[in-house]
Design a protein around this ligand. Structure first.
Ligand code: FAD
Length: 415
């Protein structure tokens, strides 16, 4: 085993791992960032690029899960569960239902809001650190509704935002057209979320963090972690090629794959993958400034540096099944309802694994079993949104400082 006293190993060079590694290195730690792939090739590569500070609502709230049976019967519905995967999903789904009790929902909303309240400022600060301040849009996100009835169905979302004081503005058809002339006349109402700004390219942020991390003296090691060395506490990691890397601290941020690593450490976590798809349209034939979401159609469109990105939907099929790109085609079809002039020329399709916990809030925690071991995972639909805040909070936790947010609700042994 290589001798590396005082070293912290961060496993996973997605947006969460690179942000944490960068934060710790900045604080003077000796950090090794380990990934089986090049940085940013997981879920962080192709997400919808939104700093989605108003989207922290638990997925287990009744207005969402009551629709799941209907969605399941619709092959083009926003949630698909592959039949062969259903038995594997039962324990996760039971926990999801348990997270829908009203008192539990109130607590989960507060936990999401506590992270989102910091998120935009923390992100702007991080962008400043890595020289990417010009890579975030000035415009926010428009949430679309055909009419009052559709808006009412999403009313609980807006009420939660009102309760926590997140700014938003309800606008009518004329104002919508003034902001985004390409939107269809079908859209009668929208809510503008001014803080939900978007990155021109979220992958570029991971690369910039990795570059800054190495410039500060951090080391990136390519290799798949297949085991751990443990003594009284964590001692290091074992790589697939047989190498062992010594460490005093290990941070697991392997996205949706974190559950496999946690299981090796006898600390199982109910983490699933909510697979999501995007279509990147390099020649869309239209120009947009704002990102848009249409809750009733469950898709999102974001203007990015490389054209327009259309994405969304949830597919539960595990980590190993091949992508089903019919999901991306359905999303583009839906997007054309909102943007009738959208053309799908020069397109690429992509699938990524959202690391999803049944109660929607991430794990930001020291291990409950092994000294020196930490977890930052389960960021679900909001990994980009939460990354800068996660790095700040985990940096405090790992270096023994008091984090500005009480991390008790995000502990690993809450399930
Ligand atoms: C379609 C889609 C749209 C999304 N839109 C948004 C959005 O608009 N806003 C937002 O905030 N979030 C969004 N998300 C969610 C966000 O992308 C994720 O929450 C985030 O990328 C998770 O980051 P991560 O670093 O935890 O995981 P990842 O980016 O998946 O990184 C994990 C890394 O761990 C590595 N790894 C895994 N196992 C091992 C091992 N054994 N050894 C070594 N390395 C290992 C992988 O190679 C990978 O590089 C979206 C996700 C999807 C799929």
């Amino acid at each position: 085993m290589t001798s590396s006293a005082g070293t912290t190993i961060v496993i996973g060079a997605g947006i969460i791992g690179t942000a944490i590694a960068h934060d710790l290195q900045k604080r003077g730690r000796r950090v090794v960032l380990v990934d089986r792939d090049a940085p940013g090739k997981g879920a962080s590569f192709g997400n919808m690029a939104s700093i989605a500070v108003t989207e922290f609502m638990p997925a287990s709230r009744p207005s969402v899960w009551r629709q799941i049976p209907g969605w399941m019967l619709d092959p083009e519905g926003p949630v698909r569960i592959r039949p062969s995967y259903m038995p594997r999903l039962v324990p996760w789904f039971l926990r999801f239902i348990a997270a829908s009790r009203p008192s539990k929902l109130r607590a989960l909303e507060a936990q999401g809001a506590a992270l989102c309240a910091r998120s935009l400022n923390d992100t702007l600060e991080l962008l400043g650190d890595v020289g990417l301040k010009d890579q975030i849009s000035d415009e926010g996100c428009l949430s679309l509704y055909t009419d009052e009835a559709e808006f009412k169905a999403d009313r609980d979302h807006i009420e939660i935002l009102e309760r926590f004081g997140f700014p938003h503005e309800v606008i009518g058809r004329q104002a919508i057209k003034a902001l985004e002339p390409e939107l269809s006349d079908k859209i009668g109402l929208a809510v503008l979320f001014p803080q939900n700004r978007s990155m021109k390219d979220p992958y570029k942020l991971v690369l910039a963090l990795a570059d800054r991390f190495t410039a500060l003296g951090g080391r990136i090691e390519r290799g798949e972690v297949t085991g751990f060395v443990r003594g009284e506490g964590i001692r290091g990691v074992v790589l697939k090629d047989g190498r062992q890397l010594a460490a005093d601290e290990v941070v697991i941020c392997a996205g949706a794959f974190s559950a496999r690593l946690a299981a090796m450490l006898d600390e199982p976590i109910p983490l699933e993958t909510e697979r999501g798809y995007h279509t990147q349209i390099m020649a869309p034939g239209i120009l947009m400034k704002h990102s848009i979401i249409w809750p009733a159609r469950a898709f999102m469109v974001t203007p990015t540096a490389g054209g327009i990105r259309v994405g969304g939907t949830v597919e539960m099929a595990g980590l190993d099944a091949a992508p089903d790109y019919r999901r991306s085609k359905v999303t583009v079809k839906r997007a054309k309802e909102a943007l009738p002039n959208l053309e799908c020329r020069e397109c690429t399709e992509w699938m990524g694994h959202r690391p999803a916990l049944p109660d929607t809030v991430p794990i930001l925690s020291a291990s409950a079993r092994t000294r020196g071991l930490f977890y930052a995972t389960g960021h679900g639909h909001l990994g980009l949104t939460y990354a800068a805040t996660t790095a700040r909070l985990m940096g405090d936790l790992i270096t023994g400082m008091k984090p500005p947010v009480d991390l008790t609700p995000y502990r690993i042994n809450r399930f």
